[in-house]
Structures are given as structure tokens and as C-alpha cells.
Design a protein around this ligand. Sequence first.
Ligand SMILES: [Zn+2]
Length: 109
Amino acid sequence: MSKLAIHDTDILSEKLIDVVIRVAVGFKVRNFKLKATSSSFEEAVSKAIEYSSKHIVRVINKQFYCNLCGKGPYTRKGMYLHLLRMHKYEIKNMVREELKEIESTINSN
Ligand SMILES: [Zn+2]
């Protein structure tokens, strides 16, 4: 079974920041390949990405608003850059918390 150590979770969440932001604004995710040791873990990471990406952006009339600080409207590109510049660590923490929750779920199975 895949047992994640805390530092692994930290590394993984760091790598997932850009992926989450891209998914949030609807950009294509390139070159993202998860070296998962199990399909249940892979699925769980996908869920963490999905959950986090839905919580950082609001789209109203095709314009993007930041859910973390309320700023906007932004274009797709502007939203991407705002999140990357202003909220990198908040997003990382959000993903890390999600992963920790997943980790405990997996390990208790
Ligand atoms: Zn913001």
C-alpha cells in the first residue's frame, strides 16, 4: 500500500500548486504525470486537485474572481497569474490538507 510520509505530502503538494491553478482557470495541464503506487491513491489525488481547484475561483458571466481574497474580475490568464503570484502557499496548504485527509483514509483501509 502507498503510505505517504509527511515530507512526501509536502513535496507532492508543492508540485500540485500549478496543476490546481491550471485546472481552476481551465488551462490545459501539461506534463503532469503522477508516479502513484496505487490506483486508489491516484484517484484520491485527482479528487484533491478537483476539490481545491473548485474552491479557489468563482466564475461569473465568464469572468474570473478570486475566492481567496475576493478580487476580480480577471481574464483567464490574469486569474492564473494572480493565483500563482498571490496565493501559492495558501493553495499548497489547501492541497496538503486534502492529501493528509486522503492519506489517513487510505492508511485506515
Ligand atoms: Zn486572490
